[in-house]
Write a protein that binds this ligand. Structure first.
Ligand SMILES: Cc1ncc(COP(=O)(O)O)c(C=O)c1O
Length: 397
């Protein structure tokens, strides 16, 4: 096998399968397994969104679109952000429709990065950025947030900046912690980012899944507008992960460059999907709020159960993840996830999959039915209890 791979791109060979996938694939082989690993809504795409795509297919609107996406969709994206968040991106020059947020991340980072550049990321963080940074020959530099309630500290950020730092990536609400940023925290970060004139990539894919005071976008800071690239999409907000529709927004100059990279690899996003996206943005703005009601109920339930088990967990205000500490069990996060799966058939993601700063935690996705969550928590409780008893036994108490 090694011989067959000889000479391939070394950076590609070094990429490992994300922890989420490892445990998701394993639980899929277990008949009564419960999968709490996957970051996707368990709801159906809204009916009228589906119908919009079906009509597009029936009307043979199935060709390529403009490389940046349908003009009508870009107008819907522009109107959505303007009406909901009050900032303006021009539909002609400042928006590109991508194949999911993922392709927006890829096209953006390949446009920004040169060999030897450094990119700072508050960690623990989603595992989708590191490989793209490395493929571009750049280096991810992780900012430890594990001691600051998973909030990036502005001074700690500044301490990591070197002459090679090109960009900082933010993802709030956060995967995997569910943490959102306060206005004060953002003000501090903006001070550092503008002082050092860094590119800011803000992946706000979970913005519509915010449960507290509402989402604050990095786009609400005009002082960084020229250096900000906003990554967005409908995967989470409208339960559309399989449709592969995302949006990248930024100033005209940078978007002209990103568009060339995007079209070189994908030409354009799927056309029926783009028609569906117009419907989602224009007529289904309440859909995320409806889903959020259920997410909040599930979050509260799972959080309560975890605390009863003696696992410490902060209340997250966004996304659909809980990130409890499992330090008290004496197990590493990988051991915990592996043994929980083997003994109780419940799959969670080890915190270490989100960089070493996630060690001591597991990520639980509560985008699952209440019935499954109840069963999963019963099984996890049995696992934690059994584990603590065997610990007591080993220590001779
Ligand atoms: C933070 C974050 N960004 C991007 C993505 C990918 O989004 P998409 O399905 O739109 O490519 C995910 C998926 O889990 C995510 O958690």
């Amino acid at each position: 096998m090694k011989d067959k791979l000889h000479g391939l791109n070394e950076k590609a060979l070094e990429i490992s399968t994300p922890g989420v996938r490892v445990f998701a694939n394993r639980v899929a082989q277990i008949p009564d397994g419960i999968n709490l690993t996957i970051g996707e809504p368990d709801f159906a795409t809204p009916e009228r969104v589906k119908q919009a795509a079906i009509s597009a297919i029936n009307d043979n609107r199935t060709g390529y679109s403009h490389n940046a996406g349908l003009q009508a969709l870009r107008e819907s994206v522009s109107a959505f952000f303007n009406e909901k968040y009050g900032f303006h991106y021009d539909s002609d020059t400042e928006i590109v429709i991508t194949n999911g947020a993922s392709e927006g991340i890829d096209s953006t980072l390949r446009t920004l990065l040169n060999e030897g550049d450094e990119v700072i990321l508050p960690a623990p963080i989603y595992s989708g950025y590191g490989p793209v940074i490395r493929l571009a020959g750049a280096t991810p530099v992780y900012l430890d947030t594990s001691e600051t309630g998973f909030q990036p500290d502005a001074q700690a950020l500044e301490a990591l900046i070197t002459s090679r730092t090109k960009a900082v990536i933010f993802n709030y609400p956060s995967n995997p912690t569910g943490v959102t940023l306060t206005r004060e925290a953002m003000d501090g970060l903006i001070g550092v980012l503008s002082k050092h004139k860094l590119w800011v990539v803000s992946d706000e894919i979970y913005s519509e899944n915010t449960y507290g005071d509402g989402h604050i976008s990095f786009a609400s800071y005009p002082e960084i507008r020229d250096r900000l690239i906003l990554i967005h999409g409908l995967s989470k907000s409208h339960a559309m992960t399989g449709w592969r529709i995302g949006f990248t927004l930024g100033s005209r100059e940078i978007m002209e460059q990103i568009l060339k990279v995007h079209l070189s690899s994908t030409i354009c996003a799927s056309l029926p999907g783009q028609y569906a996206a117009i419907e989602a943005l224009d007529h289904c703005r309440d859909a995320p709020g409806e889903m959020n009601k259920q997410y909040i109920e599930r979050r509260n339930y799972v959080m309560g159960r975890l605390r009863q088990m003696g696992l410490e967990v902060e209340q997250p205000d966004g996304a659909f993840y809980l990130f409890p500490s499992i330090k008290g069990t004496g197990l590493t996060s990988y051991e915990f996830a592996e043994q929980l799966l083997d003994r109780q058939h419940v799959a969670v993601v080890p915190g270490s999959s989100f960089t070493s700063y996630g060690e001591g935690h597991i990520r639980i996705s509560y985008a699952n039915s209440m019935e499954n969550l109840v069963k999963a928590m019963d099984r996890m409780e049995a696992f934690v209890r059994e584990h603590s008893l065997s610990q007591l036994h080993h220590s001779g108490m």
